[in-house]
Design a binder for this molecule. Structure first.
Ligand code: SAM
Ligand code: SF4
Length: 332
């Protein structure tokens, strides 16, 4: 979908395609699912260290609600992303989530995790049920930084988990391992040693991205001033290291991207993004336990919205987005 989105430049064609996919019950949604709003760690950059925010994070899906979740969100899901704003591995029915993903034939199933609780048997079971990408989050190359920034995180357990995934990849060669490194002024310089420490693991993709302010977090230095003058030289060398290790690097291309804090979200993102957590089910007024997805989309005229966007100019669409209070920049 991302490749398709990048290739097609004309927004009218994109919305016509979405309308077609919706009308003919084809897959186009990226379902992002947090089955539980809890975490075993307290990373200092994350809202799990914001006491006020943590008060709002509660609840989990019961087994019976999982079946309804799947029926309502998976038939048209192109991708299922488990673990978005919390930690999926603390959820006791996680195996069932992947079983449902397989049952509904979702083509791409991914999980984002801090990896500290990963175990061989459960991981193997999830992979057999269709999990095809594991993204693990990392906030420090070395033990001191890792354990300082990822409160309650265990560096040795993290390495054990990476080795476990590396071993499982021999059995399941299609499984992808991705690392997300969120950088700030205190963990950036050690990134240059990333491949010395992690080069032995079978990493397919490495994404490095700057810290954002996502709450009143324990770590509150959001400045990139010390990083900006170093960035261009760093990224030139780092790209070469990634190529040598056959790792796909996703990173800000140059220091200007850090200065502008560029965000490449696409306009159609808002029409394909389907977020579910114990307190949120796609749209605010969707009575998902009692109303079918089809009835609800008919009620709100979802298909008509997609079709009418075909006839709107980029300017009108940008205004529409702003009215919907979406606080990211738009590239159509
Ligand atoms: C909120 S976590 C939820 C998933 C899972 N618990 C994990 O850590 O992978 C999702 C991602 O947010 C990133 N993150 C945490 N705090 C951040 C911040 N202040 N700015 C940008 N990304 C952040 C984490 O590194 C992680 O990759
Ligand atoms: S980044 Fe992930 S692991 Fe760390 S506290 Fe936030 S949700 Fe938990």
């Amino acid at each position: 979908m991302l490749k398709w989105n990048a290739k097609i430049k004309n927004h009218r064609v994109k919305f016509l395609a979405l309308w077609f996919l919706h009308t003919f019950k084809r897959r186009y949604f990226a379902v992002n699912f947090d089955p539980v709003l809890a975490c075993n760690l307290r990373c200092k950059m994350c809202y799990f260290t914001d006491p006020e925010y943590v008060k709002t994070l509660k609840g989990q899906f019961s087994l019976s609600d999982l079946d309804i979740w799947a029926r309502q969100s998976l038939p048209q899901a192109l991708k299922l992303q488990v673990g978005c704003g919390a930690e999926p591995t603390v959820y006791k029915h996680l195996s069932r989530v992947f079983e449902l993903g397989k049952q509904y034939k979702v083509p791409h199933i991914s999980m984002t995790t801090n990896a500290n609780l990963l175990q061989y048997d459960s991981l193997k079971n999830w992979i057999e049920n269709g999990l095809n990408e594991i993204t693990v989050s990392l906030h420090g190359v070395y033990q001191d930084t890792y354990e300082e920034l990822m409160g309650k995180g265990d560096y040795n357990k993290f390495h054990t988990a990476l080795q476990l995934i590396t071993d499982l990849k021999k059995e399941y060669p299609n499984l992808l391992l991705r690392i997300n490194y969120t950088f700030n002024e205190d963990n950036f310089t050690e990134l240059k040693d990333f491949f010395n420490v992690y080069g032995k693991y079978a990493i397919d993709i490495l994404q490095i991205r700057p810290i954002s302010k996502i709450g009143n977090t324990a770590y509150n230095n959001f400045s990139l001033e010390k990083i900006i003058p170093l960035y261009d030289a760093f990224i030139k060398d780092f790209k070469q290291q990634a190529e040598k290790h056959q790792v796909t690097l996703l990173a800000p291309r140059q220091k200007e991207d850090l200065i502008q804090r560029k965000n490449d979200s696409s306009l159609i993102f808002n029409y394909t993004y389907f977020y579910v957590s114990p307190t949120h089910f796609w749209k605010k007024d969707f009575d998902w336990k009692h109303q079918s997805f089809r009835d609800y989309t008919r009620q709100i005229g979802w298909g008509k919205q997609l079709l009418s966007n075909v006839f709107k100019s980029k300017k009108q669409l940008r205004h529409l987005l702003r009215d919907q209070n979406l606080n990211y920049d738009v590239n159509i």
